[in-house]
Design a protein around this ligand. Sequence first.
Ligand code: FAD
Length: 310
Amino acid sequence: AFDVLIVGGGPAGAAAAIYAARKGIRTGIAAERFGGQVLDTMGIENFISVKETEGPKMAAALEQHVRQYDVDLMNLQRAEKLVAAGDDGLVEVQLAGGASLKSKTVILSTGARWRQMGVPGENEYRNKGVAYCPHCDGPLFKGKRVAVIGGGNSGVEAAIDLAGIVTHVTLIEFDSKLRADAVLQRKLYSLPNVRVILSALSTEVTGDGQKVNGLTYKDRGTDEQHHVELEGIFVQIGLLPNTEWLKDSGVALSPRGEIIVDDRGQTSLPGVFAAGDVTTVPYKQIVIAMGEGSKAALSAFDHLIRHSAP
Ligand code: FAD
C-alpha cells in the first residue's frame, strides 16, 4: 500500500507528489491526463518568477520534476470510486478497468473543467472563435466583436476585461438580471462598447465552416430568435469540479460540487485530503493549486506520523 496516493496530475497533484516524496514516504500518483488543464493553455504569464511560458512546456516540466523523485506515476488512469478506510486503515481508490489502489492517506486533486453551453456549433468552433479563458485568448480578438455568455462575476469580469481589447462586447445572461457583484455591474454599465442582453438563451453558435460568425439567442420573454454577428464567444458559465466520482464516498462536497477542505486541506474523511481547483479554495490558478497541493502533502505526512504504527 502507498503512504500517500494522489489522484489527479495537474499542478496541485504534481506539487503534492514532490512534497510527499521528499519526506521519503511511499508516494503514488494516478492521473487521467498528467498535466491537467495546463495542457490546454497556451501562454502563461502569471506563474511567479517565470515571465512567460506555454502550457505544454510547463506540463512537461511538472512531469520531469516529479520523475526526479521516487514517485509511482500512473498516467492515463481514471479513478471511479473512493472507499473510506475500514479496519485496515487503508483508503481504497478504484480505477476504471478494475484495478484498485490502497493507501494510508489520499490527496484528491482532480481539478475542474469549464462548463459548456451545450448548443450546436460550440464544439465545432472551439478554438475557432469559441473560447473559455479571456486572460488567455482575449488578445486574439483585438479589434473584433465578441460575446460573453454569463452574467455572474466571471462573465462580467471577462466583459470588462475584453472591452479594453476588442471593439464591442455583447454580454448575454439567461436570467432577468446579472448576478455579478454590484461594483462590477456599475463598471460594466459605464463602458461605452458593451451591450447587455438579459433573459436570453443562447441557442446556436454559427460560423462559415472555418470560424465563428455569430450567435443566435432566444429572447425568453417573447420567444423570438435573434442573431448577433461577431467573431468571438467567451463562455463564462462556471467551472465544474471533477467530483462526480466521489458522490457516494462520504467526502463532503459544497452545493457547487467542490470538495470542502479546511485550512490544512483536510476533507470530511480522515486521511483524505484535497487540493487545487477541485476544492472550495477560491481563485483557480496554477500558483494557488501548487501551494495547496504542497500544503495537502504536508498535512498527509503529519497525519501519517500521528496515526500510523512505526
Ligand atoms: P487540473 O489542472 O484540472 O488537473 C486535474 C488532474 O486530475 C488532471 O491530471 C486530470 O486528468 C485528473 N483527473 C480528473 N478526474 C480524474 C479522475 N476521476 N481520476 C484520475 N484523474 C483525474 N492558471 C494560471 O495560473 N494562469 C493561466 O494563465 C491560466 N490559464 C488557463 C487557461 C486555460 C485554457 C485553462 C483551462 C486554465 C487556465 N488556468 C490558468 C487555470 C489553471 O490551469 C488551473 O487553475 C490549474 O491547472 C488547476 O490545477 P489542478 O491541479 O487543481 O487541476
